[in-house]
Design a protein around this ligand. Structure first.
Ligand code: ZN
Length: 220
């Protein structure tokens, strides 16, 4: 495994590589597009550190499923220990923001869901979390108003804004910290807006944040 956290200026972030805690169904329109019930509490799952890979490398789709979906998400990088923390403590522990793809084998997930089984085979496999370099938190003027987009082969697929979240980022981190202590270097993925769809070999992806930061990649 050779993943390392980087800043957008190319400098490594001096933090260890840890777990990735993810939230499902945090944007109402995405819940409707998959015909899922609205959860009463944030729906949490995890990806291991081995899921992390630099987004700028060509994406490798897994072979144990047929339909690999992109879920574009805002990722936050944690700088200090969060355990039963307040939303304010959580906000201050964010050292940077990135764009990530929560790669999901939708056909595998549907089969697992139907049997009531856990989702790991669909979401937590090797390289299931391509992630961009991190934008230092100080460069984001208002994290509650971040706009982000995914364009595939020149067509807009996903377009979200953090103001559409059902649970805001500080509240989400505080909720997570009640059950899973967040350590320096851990990452939290904050949910996907509507527009998830299938990736194919040779797709060209453009990820944009706040019309200011752009990251591109391809599917190998
Ligand atoms: Zn997701």
């Amino acid at each position: 495994m050779n993943y390392q956290h980087y800043y957008i200026n190319g400098n490594p972030v001096p933090l260890p590589i840890g777990k990735v805690v993810c939230v499902g169904r945090n944007y109402i329109e995405h819940i409707h597009e998959l015909n899922q019930p609205v959860p009463e509490q944030p729906l949490l799952f995890m990806k291991p550190s081995t899921a992390l890979v630099a987004l700028t490398q060509p994406l490798q789709l897994p072979r144990h499923g047929q339909c690999c979906h992109h879920e574009l998400e805002i990722a936050v990088l944690i700088e200090s220990i969060l355990h039963q923390s307040t939303p304010e403590q959580c906000q201050h522990s964010i050292i940077g923001y990135a764009l990530a793809l929560d790669l999901t084998l939708r056909d595998v997930q549907d089969r697992l869901k139907a049997k009531g089984h856990p989702w790991e085979l669909a979401k937590s496999f090797d390289k299931a979390c391509p992630i961009s370099p991190f934008i230092p938190a100080g460069q984001i003027s208002d994290p509650s108003l971040m706009e982000f987009k995914l364009t595939v082969n020149g067509r807009l697929r996903q377009h979200g804004n953090t103001q559409q979240m059902m649970t805001t980022i500080p509240l989400l981190l505080a909720y997570i910290s009640n059950y899973f202590t967040l350590l320096p270097g851990d990452i939290v993925l904050t949910g996907t807006p509507a527009g998830v769809g299938e990736l194919q070999s040779h797709d060209n992806l453009l990820l944009e944040l706040d019309n200011r930061y752009q990251f591109s990649t391809t599917v190998s």
